[in-house]
Design a protein around this ligand. Structure first.
Ligand code: PSU
Ligand code: MN
Length: 347
């Protein structure tokens, strides 16, 4: 009874499956949890160069009101260079892509309040679900959460300061940032200054390699061995696995990931501008002291990083704040150039 095809095989039966995946939820349901600004939605639809920006640096990094200045300066940098900024964060329990000036001020002025959340991937269902339940919280999104949301919004390039990593002693504590697994599973290109050297940089690179993440440092004309930058320092003592010389090369790597349909993220490391860099030897002294004090005083788990960061800030006598600002500005500028090149390649 079967009708066989030319090669004697039974015909393929086409079954219509009715799946209820989140993507197929009616728009009205989706807009409860995630709102994309008209600017950004239009730019993504047109293939214009959009740059995602995170917000944990405003809620849990810089104090108010410097965080507002920084947020607005970063957006202005993207615009001046010809891109469209998309600052991502959670305001009143709703994820927003392309925060308005008012929303940026709302979020930034919630910095330091105990109810303001640092939102990583794991926290997204909580903060949005609680919002739907009537408890409307504000939250700054980490690199991991910002990547995940950027991907859903169709944004491919993201500029930030530093990345989370494997903490020193992470082989025992298992304190490994969700930023690293996110880079393994979410196809967004992140421009950062590498990761901070109070983390375990060699193990962070090993972990990223296992996760299949392309890690490539901007050499900007330098030849010979190029090290992965370590946030405040241009050098880390650890060789960068790969190197690129122009934003166009980075854009072509992103494009290659698209046409080959790889699902992994990429990390483009951009060293801090020379004039703001703090030499590794100097940073090592401050970091070793801060890490030692943290152990002596019993700062473990989630209290470890805040303690170390504030001690480093004191020990570097405030040089770390302008350095932090300068490196983020530089990363966001390169991210914009990469987004512009990508937009050209795709047209
Ligand atoms: N590194 C910094 N400053 C920061 C962060 C990292 O120098 O503010 C933030 C970023 O948002 C990053 C997050 O994604 O911390 C990582 O946190 P955790 O290690 O808890 O995943
Ligand atoms: Mn952690």
């Amino acid at each position: 009874e079967h009708q066989l095809d030319n090669e004697g095989r039974p015909p393929i039966r086409r079954v219509k499956l009715k799946l209820q995946t989140p993507d197929q939820l009616p728009m009205k349901d989706r807009s409860h949890g995630l709102i994309i600004s008209a600017d950004v939605a239009m730019a993504v639809a047109n293939g214009s160069p959009v740059v995602a920006l995170e917000s944990t640096i405003y809620t849990h990094g810089f104090p108010y009101p410097q965080n507002v200045d920084l947020a607005l300066d970063l957006e202005a940098t993207v615009r001046t260079l010809g891109g469209i900024p998309a600052t991502i964060g959670v305001v009143d329990g709703v994820i927003r892509v392309g925060l308005t000036r008012e929303e940026i001020i709302t979020l930034a002025s919630a910095a330091g309040k105990p109810e303001t959340m640092k939102v990583s991937r794991r926290d997204i269902p909580y903060i949005v679900g609680m919002g739907l339940s009537g408890k409307k919280l504000h939250g700054g999104t980490t690199v991991a959460a910002t990547m995940m949301i950027a991907r859903q919004a169709g944004i491919r390039v993201f500029g930030t300061g530093g990345l989370g990593g494997v903490h020193r002693g992470g082989q025992d504590s298992m304190d490994i940032s969700a930023d690293l697994t996110e880079l393994g599973r979410t196809r967004v290109a992140v421009v950062s200054s590498g990761c901070k050297s109070f983390l375990d940089i060699p193990r962070t690179l090993e972990y990223l390699e296992t996760q299949g993440v392309t890690v490539c440092t901007f050499a900007d004309g330098r030849t010979g061995e190029v090290e992965l930058p370590a946030f405040y320092s241009r050098e880390s003592g650890v060789k960068s696995p790969l190197v690129f010389q122009t934003p166009q090369q980075a854009a072509n790597m992103i494009y290659a990931g698209m046409i080959l349909n790889t699902q992994s993220g990429m990390l483009f490391a951009n060293p801090i501008p020379e004039e703001y860099s703090i030499p590794k030897s100097e940073m090592d002294v401050a970091i070793d002291q801060a890490v030692r004090e943290a152990a002596e005083k019993g700062f473990h788990g989630h209290t470890n990083t805040p303690f170390i960061l504030s001690r480093i800030k004191q020990l570097t006598e405030g040089r770390s704040i302008p350095a932090n600002r300068a490196l983020i500005m530089s990363n966001v500028a390169i991210a914009t150039e990469i987004a512009i090149e990508l937009s050209r390649i795709r047209k």
